[in-house]
Design a protein around this ligand. Structure first.
Ligand SMILES: [Zn+2]
Length: 303
């Protein structure tokens, strides 16, 4: 297991003294959105912050923003080609990819923002790409930068991942343009210049060990199937087109996909600094050579 789950044997008040990191980040997001005009359109209650496990001493994302509002994909299939002749040898059945629906207390969730704990808590400016962006800045600014960065991915109008613009204002194919990073730095300064109550952000000043000492433990909201969380899934088309004709049509694995999640699927778990690495799920038996049509829409933006 990657994180210790507090079972019913644990006295409840022990947990209540611990710091719920995802709750604190969500409260900070509310404060940021109320003070940074460029983010004011974001409806924070429709954004769910949850925790994933990420070791502090390994590389990986600090946080990720996932949209749950991306429309169903065009019908498509996986295919394999003969390496020599380039001919289509087999393909899978047709499918569409869909977003699951998440509702918490009746509220439809448009975006999931995940935090990698404890990695996120131990993020520093020093030695990072952000060091030059905040000259002589305190290390915790790196964490505030990440939080603003993830919020900036939230497209409040279309419900997807915000399309970045180039310096001249034209839309960019990349999610992370230099302008995107500059906008985030500007918004971090805008937030701090608005003189927020330090109680809203001072927890960022502590690293994971400091938080554990201070609060006796760090918890976070997770999904019941930890470490899994709601993700886009393949849905076999009921009506299967007959083309393209190939020697073999591979049936899609008959996996049951969750389509709906509610607050009943949420859990609180305690995170520890040294937990086992997640064991990778067994991969598919065949390596797929391509997907038709190619997926164009960004559904998640990693950081
Ligand atoms: Zn990003």
């Amino acid at each position: 297991m990657t994180a210790l789950h507090l079972g019913s044997g644990q006295p409840r008040d022990t947990r209540s003294h611990m710091m719920n990191y995802t709750d604190r980040v969500r409260l900070l997001m509310e404060d940021i959105v109320s003070r940074v005009p460029a983010l004011s359109q974001i409806d924070v209650p429709s954004v769910l912050v949850f925790a994933r496990f990420g070791r502090a001493d390994t590389h990986g994302a600090f946080a990720t923003c996932h949209s749950l509002m991306v429309a169903d994909s065009e019908p498509g299939y996986y295919y394999w080609r003969d390496r020599r002749t380039g001919q289509l040898t087999r393909r899978s059945e047709y499918f569409v990819t869909r977003s699951p629906q998440v509702r918490v207390g009746g509220q439809r969730i448009s975006h999931l923002i995940s935090l990698a704990l404890p990695r996120f808590c131990d993020q520093t400016l020093k030695g990072s790409r952000k060091e030059g962006a905040y000259p002589k800045g305190a290390d915790w600014l790196a964490k505030l930068d990440t939080i603003v960065h993830e919020l900036y991915h939230v497209d409040p109008h279309e419900g997807g991942i915000r399309t970045s613009v180039k310096a001249d204002g034209r839309p960019a194919a990349l999610t992370h343009t230099p302008q995107f990073f500059r906008d985030v730095i500007r918004m971090v300064h805008e937030y701090l210049d608005s003189r927020p109550d330090p109680a809203a952000y001072d927890f960022l000043e502590m690293d994971f060990e400091g938080l554990q000492r201070r609060f006796g433990g760090v918890t976070g909201t997770t999904f019941g199937g930890f470490p899994s969380f709601p993700q886009r899934f393949r849905d076999r088309l009921a009506e299967q087109p007959r083309t393209p004709r190939v020697a073999q049509v591979v049936p899609l694995a008959d996996r049951a996909h969750r389509r709906h999640y509610t607050e009943a699927d949420l859990d609180v778990r305690q995170f520890s600094a040294h937990a086992a690495r997640v064991v990778e799920a067994p991969g598919p038996t065949h390596i797929v050579r391509g997907v038709h049509p190619r997926l164009a829409v960004a559904q998640a933006a990693h950081r």
